[in-house]
Design a protein around this ligand. Structure first.
Ligand SMILES: [Mg+2]
Length: 425
């Protein structure tokens, strides 16, 4: 038995989630828009075949999309996050180790019975995921992370392969590595691929076989690791626990420019509440907060401002953060400017296991406890019943500036109010 690495990836993930909760759009073209319904950030294979490009502004393609009868959805991150959690839980039960790499990607390990191809195993996992979650996945299998990534790429590329490829079973991989352009190799960035191309290295096989000294001289151990992984030597281990976050940032564009301090404060409070809830979810505390805003980057009098404040005792408490950020918002606000975006960054994060308190501050201990309980109650209610079921008054005022999400699908999987009702007659 030998250990192999799996790389599992949700196909056209955002589009697949949308199709899963609305089967009526299956078989039709579908695109998903970015925040504020700005650009196309995801499309299904039907839309791709119809020639709809990624990253294009929605307004430019609106007519074409209507003509082609392509469905359009605003991004529904609540839905994608929920489906991602379900996917990862199912994968965790079916792999030995699992590293969640992004919202729709994971690395895992399993044991390979001597010399046995894992195609059938992959096929069963794929069917299980589709049956339980309704999302198609691709599975790449290889001896290392870099090879499993390449394998996944081939799984998508090779037709009639049901989205599974096991490069680990192939002794001479040259034929396959020749097909992978060097900039598609995991870990090779833009700069490195330009340098490699200048040395005449264009594909993964050539990179694997080039002089190690040459790579070491330019990119040191980072470059050598990628080359070694391509040779089948495991150098980049699976990381089951993700390293603690260093900062949390929440920012959004507005539906239309805002120019009043009230609107800007409201927006900032809303982002502070989202960020502090995240902080509590990851059991962390923050001791510094930055708020920022800007006008249109393309306008002649572009204006951007930010302010940072320290928090003397590290906290994850919403009330303390709202108070601090309101003061900072007054600092960054400038009259007659038309702001189109704002955000909040919480930094200097630390674990909440050990909290450094002020030595002579005994009065506030009880108050601290009350605030913590209040946060817990709010988080639990919102978790069970959906975002913003209950929140601080200052964030609940009618917000016309909120980003456009005109084409939002429902939150059937995360909001109890939206669970479909079935009537039996
Ligand atoms: Mg994907």
């Amino acid at each position: 038995m030998s250990k192999v690495i799996l790389q599992i990836d949700g196909n056209n993930f955002y589009a697949s989630c949308e199709q899963m909760i609305d089967p009526s759009i299956k078989g039709k073209g579908l695109v998903v828009l970015s925040n504020n319904d700005g650009c196309i950030i995801a499309r299904n294979s039907e839309a791709r075949k119809m020639g709809i490009p990624m990253g294009q502004p929605y307004f430019k393609l609106k007519n074409k999309l209507t003509q082609l009868n392509i469905e359009v959805r605003s991004s529904n991150y609540e839905l994608y996050g929920d489906i991602s959690n379900r996917l990862m839980q199912l994968l965790r039960r079916n792999c030995e180790n699992l590293e969640i790499y992004s919202i729709d990607e994971a690395f895992g390990t399993i044991k390979r019975p001597k010399g046995k191809c894992l195609y059938q195993w992959g096929k069963d996992l794929r069917a299980l995921v589709y049956q339980n979650i309704g999302i198609p996945i691709s599975i790449g299998i290889g001896e290392t992370k870099v090879l499993s990534k390449i394998s996944n790429h081939l799984a998508k590329k090779i037709k009639n392969n049901s989205g599974i490829f096991d490069i680990g079973i192939i002794q001479n991989k040259d034929h396959y590595l020749n097909q992978i352009k060097v900039d598609k190799v995991w870990g090779i960035g833009k700069r490195m691929s330009i340098w490699l191309k200048s040395k005449g290295i264009t594909n993964a096989r050539e990179f694997r076989d080039m002089s190690s000294e040459q790579i070491n001289g330019k990119y040191g151990v980072v470059g050598l690791r990628i080359q070694n992984e391509l040779k089948g030597n495991l150098c980049i281990p699976i990381q089951e626990t993700s390293p603690d976050r260093k900062e949390i940032c929440v920012s959004r564009s507005f539906a239309y420019p805002i120019d009043s301090l009230e609107d800007l404060s409201q927006a900032i409070i809303k982002y502070v509440l989202t960020a502090s809830a995240k902080l509590r979810k990851y059991n962390q505390l923050s001791s510094a907060i930055t708020v920022f805003t800007n006008t249109n980057t393309h306008s002649k009098d572009f204006f951007r401002s930010e302010a940072t404040g320290k928090i003397s005792v590290p906290t994850s408490n919403s009330k303390i953060m709202i108070e601090k950020s309101l003061l900072l918002t007054k600092e960054i606000f400038k009259p007659y400017k038309k702001f189109i975006k704002a955000g909040v960054t919480l930094h200097k994060l630390q674990s909440n296991k050990y909290k450094q308190k002020l030595i002579f501050d005994t009065k506030n201990i009880q108050k601290d406890l009350y605030l913590k309980r209040l946060d817990n109650v709010i988080d639990n209610i919102n978790l069970k019943n959906g975002i913003d079921t209950i929140n601080w008054g200052s964030s609940m005022i009618d917000k016309e500036w909120e980003p456009r999400r005109k084409k939002l699908s429902s939150t059937k999987t995360t909001n109890i109010e939206n669970i479909p009702t079935i009537y039996a007659i």
